[in-house]
Each structure stands twice: as C-alpha cells, then as structure tokens.
Design a protein around this ligand. Structure first.
Ligand SMILES: Cc1ncc(COP(=O)(O)O)c(C=O)c1O
Length: 355
C-alpha cells in the first residue's frame, strides 16, 4: 500500500467491523442475518432492511458521470463525514497536524479540534489567494493534510491552479481540495488529475448545485487505497436507504442541476450589480460560487437590521473584517433583500437629518 506510511499505525492494522450485508450482498434470499424486523415497517413504505453499506448502485452511476471508477468514490453523510474520517485516518492526536488557509470553511478546524489534531494556519493573502511561500515554509514532518478550498468559502474565489499544482507536486502528505462549489465556477474540477496525484483527495457535495442539502450526501474522490481506508473506518451503514434511492433517481436529472446553476449565476450577476450601487458597500469580492462576500461599512448593524426583517445572511465580520456573506437567492428573494437594504439606507439618512 503506497499510503501505508502516512496512515496512523493502528488504522493501517485495523480489522474493520464486518456487517451482515458485508458477508452476503445478494438481493434475494431469506434474510435472517441482521436482526431486522421481518414483518415490515410502521410506515407504509418499507424501511425494515439495512441499506447497502457501500452504495454500489449510486457509485456505478456517479462513476460514469464523473469519469472515474466506482472504487475511486467514497460517499459520506455530507462531505463533513469525509473530512472527519480523513483526519482520523491520517493524523495522530496531540502529535500531528493539518494545515488550513483562513478565512476558509470552518469545519476543517472544528474536525481537527474534535480529534485533538493541531491546526497550522497560513492565512490567504489580502485578495484571498494562497501565500505559497508561507505554506511551503509552514510544512513540517508532522503536517499530514493540507486543506485547500477552491472556490473558497467564505471568499468565493477559485484559488490559483499554479499554487495548487505546486503543493500537489511537492507536499508529501495528503492534499485535500474541497470543491463544494465547483459547479458554479468557470474552472473544471481537479478530478481528471486523480491518477497523476495519488495523494490528492477531492471533496464534492450534493448539498449545493444539486439542491439536495437535506439528504446529506457528500463525495470524496481519491486513489482506491485511500477510499478503501475510508470505507474501513466509516460507520457501517452511513447513508440511509432514502438518501441512496433519492440520489440515485436524481442522477438522471443532471441537466436540471445545470439549469439551476445557470439561473443562480444570472442572479449572482444581478445581485452584484445592484449591491455595488449602495454607498455603504466598500467591496464585493469576485465570486466563483453561489454566494458573495461583501465588505461594507456598518456590517454588524446591517446584519442586525436584515435579521430584524427576517432576512438571514451570514455574518463573517470575525473572519473577514467588515464582511457579510450573502447566498444568492431566487429573483424574488434577492429583490426583497435589495429593497430591505434600501429601507435601511432611508431610515439611516432620516436619522442623520434629524440630528
Ligand atoms: C467548502 C464547504 N465544504 C463542505 C461543506 C459541507 O457540505 P455537506 O453539506 O456536504 O456536508 C460546506 C458547507 O457549507 C462548504 O462550504
């Protein structure tokens, strides 16, 4: 195994739990092996049998869509599950670390903290690009996984392909590229590079462009040896039958996903243009995702005013000074947001006149 030396030693040696459905994976027969309810379910639909632990049907379909082999795919309860499992597989608590580039998706740090794994932080530069020299300098023999979020959350921009390539070529540990927002970006996925970079792991999700956040299904793509490790340490039946069935069905509607992406991108353009016209907006960061990071005067006040009007945006002032992150809504939602911001301006200009 080429990743043996990178794995935590006890994970490399681990004998995994063998579930009933591991030992017999056929679909026909009298199933008396998993202590299920033989009569049925309390609901009209039948949920009395455990689901496929390896989600083979979805993986076969997904492999065709993504141009990889089923053995290069791991499916998790949201991509957060894959993030957690990768840290657990590769990073020894109290001794080893992950490297992240803030401001970025918060779960990398939280997952590392849960697992008592150290977090090395190399901030993105002022335009939210990778500070490659600083990353290279920060890498130590204890650095096991570098997390790259591209397009990045919360800034929304794709990170430089050259910088990512340099990390892939030189870093001896696992390079994880989180592509949760890749469908909204003009750049293609790193998937075709899977063979060239066997220590690269790509993360994607059904929660964004596919519009299936409630089903909780995340994907990790990697060398089959890395996928085998994730399968070995995951909970046996991590993806429910409902999710497996609904996602399998959804995969035939990829064109609807693409149409929704088009509509969201149109609205992003509209929102960006209208927001720029507000005096309090200082900067809208270029976005390759389905949200905008907007730097504004009085961000905290505006956030609170929007909240009082039941418009909920993400307050990012603590991670990106003066910034709110605004997901692109429907046309009507965006218009409501803009109207509410105009009301905020009107109320405040009246206040100033009264003074
Ligand atoms: C960059 C990034 N990665 C991963 C996730 C988690 O996605 P999932 O719903 O698949 O757990 C999110 C969620 O917002 C995200 O922004």
């Amino acid at each position: 195994m080429f990743i043996q030396h990178l794995l935590r030693p006890h994970i490399a040696k681990l004998e995994p739990y063998s579930s009933a459905r591991d030992e017999y994976s056929g679909e026909e027969g009298i199933f008396l092996d998993a202590n299920e309810n033989p009569i049925g379910s309390v609901t009209a639909a039948m949920y009395n049998r455990y689901p496929d632990p390896y989600q083979k049907k979805i993986k076969e379909k997904l492999a065709v869509i993504k141009g990889v082999k089923p053995e290069n795919i791991f499916l998790g309860n949201g991509s957060d599950e894959a993030i957690d499992l990768l840290i657990r597989a590769f990073c020894e608590p109290y001794r080893e670390s992950i490297l992240i580039m803030p401001p970025t998706y918060g779960m990398y740090e939280v997952s590392a903290n849960i697992n008592a794994v150290a977090v090395q932080k190399v901030p993105l530069d002022t335009n939210f690009h990778i500070d490659l020299e600083a990353v290279k300098k920060a890498i130590t023999p204890q650095t096991k996984i570098i997390f790259i979020c591209s397009p990045n959350n919360p800034s929304g921009n794709l990170l430089s392909q050259e910088a990512i390539t340099e990390i892939l070529e030189t870093f001896k540990g696992i390079t994880l590229i989180d592509e949760a927002y890749i469908d909204f970006s003009p750049q293609a996925s790193w998937l075709p590079m899977l063979e060239k970079y066997p220590r690269m792991v790509l993360i994607q999700t059904f929660s964004k462009a596919w519009g299936l956040a409630a089903l909780r299904l995340g994907m990790a793509f990697a060398h089959s040896e890395i996928i085998a490790v994730l399968n070995k340490i995951k909970p046996p039946y991590n993806i429910s039958k409902t999710t497996q069935d609904l996602v399998w069905d959804s995969l035939q509607y990829e064109r609807f996903k693409n149409e929704m992406v088009e509509r969201i991108l149109e609205q992003r353009k509209f929102l960006e243009k209208k927001l720029t016209a507000f005096d309090f907006v200082e900067k809208i960061y270029p976005s390759d995702a389905n949200f905008l990071l907007v730097k504004m005067r009085n961000a905290q006040n505006i956030f609170e005013y929007l909240l009082s009007q039941k418009i909920i945006v993400r307050n990012r002032v603590k991670v990106a000074a003066g910034c709110l992150r605004i997901s692109v809504g429907t046309k009507e939602e965006n218009q409501q947001l803009l109207q509410t911001l105009q009301e905020y301006v009107n109320i405040n200009s009246k206040k100033i006149r009264l003074w």
